[in-house]
Design a protein around this ligand. Structure first.
Ligand code: COM
Length: 503
C-alpha cells in the first residue's frame, strides 16, 4: 500500500477514549490522524477506571453473593475468610491490564490503521508537537489529556494508605477499615465495592450523598448500605488524616462535633481535575476548575485547537469523551457538528451485586417542571423493618415483584432481605410522555442507553405498551407501563404511596 504522505489533518494529543474515537472517526471521514500517547491507548479506562471498575464490581458481586447465600437453602457454606480485594486486583494487574492494553493497541494501530507516536509529547505550538525529539506537524491540534483525582488540601493527605481510584489496582493488602472521603457516585460505588471484602467502610460526605439521584434510588442505597454495615455521614467536613508513618484515622467535624474515624486506608473521591496545563502555552481559555473552555463544537478560543474528553471538564463520562472526539473530528473535516443538549445523558453507580442507573429527570425535577406526574414504580409503600432471608412477609405484597433484573431477579428477592432493587418511570400525564427512568437492578445499563434516545423522541406510555417484552427483563418498563396504558386520563396505579424513609 502506498504511504499516505499528506500532512496530518489533526494531532490527537492523548489517546484516551476521546482521542481514540475522534482519530478513528476522522480517519473514517477521509482525514489523516496522528495520536500522541505516552502510555496507554484507551486512557485510564482499562488501567483504573471503567473497565477496571466493571471487573471489580463483578468481584464484589461474587463476594456479596457468597455472603448472602452461604449455607442457605441448598448453597454450600463458603469460606468467607478467603475473600480478598487485593487478590482480585492482583489478577486484574496481571491479566486485565496487559490484555486490554494490547487489545487497544491492536485495534487502534492494526485494525483501524491509525498512526501513533509513542512517548511523552510536548506541544510546541498549535501545529507542532514534539515526541522523543521527533517533530510532528498538523493542520489542527486536539487536546485530550484527561483528568486526575482532585486532592483536598488537608493535613495528612500524603500519608501512605491514602489512595484514589488510580491506586485501587495497585493494592497489595486488604485494609480492615476504610474511610471513603466523598459520597458522589465514585465514592459510593467504591464503598459498595469494598464492603463485601470483609472491610468495614465509612463514607464521609461534606454535603449530601448522591445529590443528583432520584429520592427512591437514594433511599434504596441508604437502606442497602445500612443492612450491609456501611456507615454514611453527611455534612462531614474532613479536617485531617492522622497517622504516624501511615494512615490511622480521619478527623471530621459533623454538625459542630469533632469525630475521629479510625482506619487503615482512605479512599479520596472528591472529584476530578482536568489536565489542562499542557495547553496553557497555547493561550486557550481555562475555566475555574482547570478545564479547557470549549464551545459545543469542541473548539477552544484558539482557531484550529480543540479539546475533548475530561480535559474539557464535566460531565466526566466515557460516552461524553468519545462523542466529543467525534464532534471535533467532524468539525475538522468540515462537517458541522455540535453537542446535542436534547439527548439526555444516562448515568450509573456500581452497587454490587446490583447497580443504579438513571436517565432524564428525577421525580423532584419532574414535579417542579410538570406539576403532577405519574409514577410507574415497584416496590412502593411500607417495607418490613428487619426482613430476614428466605422469609415471606404477608402484608408487604408491594415487595413481591422481582424487580432487580438480569441475573439476580429472584435470588435477591428470596435471599436479599428486601434488596431486590427499584424500578421507576416518571410520566407527564398530559402528554403521556416519559420524562425520567430510574433503576436499581442488574443489567439495566444496556436498556438505558436506548431509553435515553426514546426520551429524546418523546416516547409515550402508549408506545411503550406496544413493545414486546421478554419477561423477566432488566427494566420491566414495558410490562409495568402496559398495566396502566389503557387509562384515558393517565392516573397511574390506584394505590401508590411513597417508600418509607427508614434509614
Ligand atoms: C476503553 C477506552 S478501554 S476507549 O474509549 O475504547 O478508548
Amino acid at each position: 500500500m502506498k504511504a499516505d504522505s499528506r500532512e496530518y489533518d489533526a494531532i490527537w494529543f492523548g489517546g484516551g477514549a476521546a482521542g481514540r474515537f475522534g482519530a478513528a472517526f476522522m480517519k473514517a471521514l477521509g482525514g489523516k490522524a496522528l495520536i500522541v500517547e505516552k502510555k496507554c491507548l484507551g486512557g485510564e479506562c482499562h488501567v483504573c477506571r471503567c473497565a477496571f471498575e466493571n471487573f471489580v464490581a463483578d468481584q464484589s458481586s461474587m463476594a456479596e453473593i457468597m455472603r448472602l447465600y452461604s449455607g442457605k437453602s441448598w448453597y454450600p457454606e463458603f469460606d468467607l475468610r478467603r475473600i480478598s480485594m487485593s487478590k482480585a486486583v492482583e489478577l486484574y494487574r496481571k491479566v486485565g491490564q496487559p490484555a486490554f492494553a494490547d487489545t487497544m493497541k491492536h485495534q487502534t494501530e492494526i485494525q483501524l490503521g491509525i498512526e501513533v507516536a509513542w512517548g511523552e509529547g510536548k506541544i510546541l505550538d498549535k501545529n507542532t508537537v514534539e515526541v522523543n525529539g521527533e517533530i510532528y506537524k498538523a493542520k489542527n491540534l486536539v487536546i485530550g489529556a484527561g483528568s486526575r483525582p482532585t486532592m483536598p488540601g488537608i493535613p495528612g493527605i500524603g500519608l501512605p494508605g491514602v489512595m484514589t481510584y488510580k491506586d485501587h489496582p495497585e493494592m497489595r493488602q486488604d485494609p480492615k477499615r476504610m474511610v471513603v472521603i466523598g459520597g458522589g457516585k465514585i465514592g459510593m460505588g467504591k464503598a459498595a465495592m469494598f464492603a463485601p471484602f470483609n472491610i468495614e467502610v465509612t463514607v464521609l460526605e461534606k454535603y449530601t450523598c448522591l445529590p443528583k439521584w432520584d429520592q427512591d434510588v437514594r433511599r434504596y442505597v441508604f437502606r442497602d448500605f445500612k443492612r450491609r454495615g456501611i456507615k454514611i455521614h453527611e455534612r462531614a467536613d474532613v479536617k485531617e488524616i492522622k497517622g504516624k508513618g501511615k494512615v490511622e484515622a480521619v478527623i471530621a467535624e459533623i454538625d459542630g462535633k469533632v469525630m475521629e474515624f479510625p482506619c487503615d486506608a482512605v479512599m479520596v473521591s472528591v472529584g476530578l481535575t482536568p489536565n489542562s496545563e499542557c495547553a496553557v502555552p497555547l493561550g486557550v481559555k481555562i475555566g475555574k476548575d482547570n478545564e479547557i473552555l470549549i464551545d459545543k463544537g469542541c473548539r477552544t478560543d484558539v482557531p484550529g485547537v480543540y479539546a475533548v474528553g475530561d480535559v474539557a471538564g464535566p460531565p466526566y463520562f466515557m460516552a461524553v469523551a468519545r462523542k466529543r472526539g467525534m464532534i471535533a473530528a467532524k468539525n475538522i473535516m468540515g462537517k458541522n457538528a455540535e453537542w446535542d443538549d436534547n439527548l439526555p445523558l444516562p448515568d450509573h453507580i456500581y452497587l454490587p451485586p446490583l447497580e443504579a442507573t438513571m436517565v432524564g429527570l428525577t421525580e423532584k425535577e419532574a414535579r417542579d417542571r410538570y406539576g403532577d406526574v405519574v409514577l410507574i414504580q415497584v416496590p412502593w409503600g411500607p417495607m418490613p423493618k428487619n426482613p430476614q432471608p428466605e422469609t415471606y412477609y404477608p402484608g408487604f405484597e408491594n415487595l413481591g415483584l422481582p424487580v432487580c433484573g438480569r441475573m439476580h431477579t429472584l435470588n435477591l428477592l428470596f435471599y436479599g432481605q428486601g434488596r431486590n432493587g427499584v424500578v421507576k418511570a416518571i410520566v407527564d400525564p398530559k402528554s403521556r410522555r416519559y420524562v425520567g427512568f430510574h433503576s436499581v437492578g442488574d443489567g439495566a445499563k444496556t436498556g438505558f442507553q436506548y431509553l435515553s434516545y426514546l426520551l429524546k423522541l418523546g416516547w409515550t406510555v402508549d408506545q411503550m405498551a406496544d413493545l414486546h417484552e421478554i419477561f423477566l427483563n432488566a427494566e420491566h418498563f414495558v410490562q409495568l407501563s402496559r398495566l396502566i396504558a389503557g387509562q384515558e386520563t393517565l392516573k397511574g396505579y390506584a394505590a401508590q404511596t411513597q417508600m418509607e424513609d427508614d434509614f
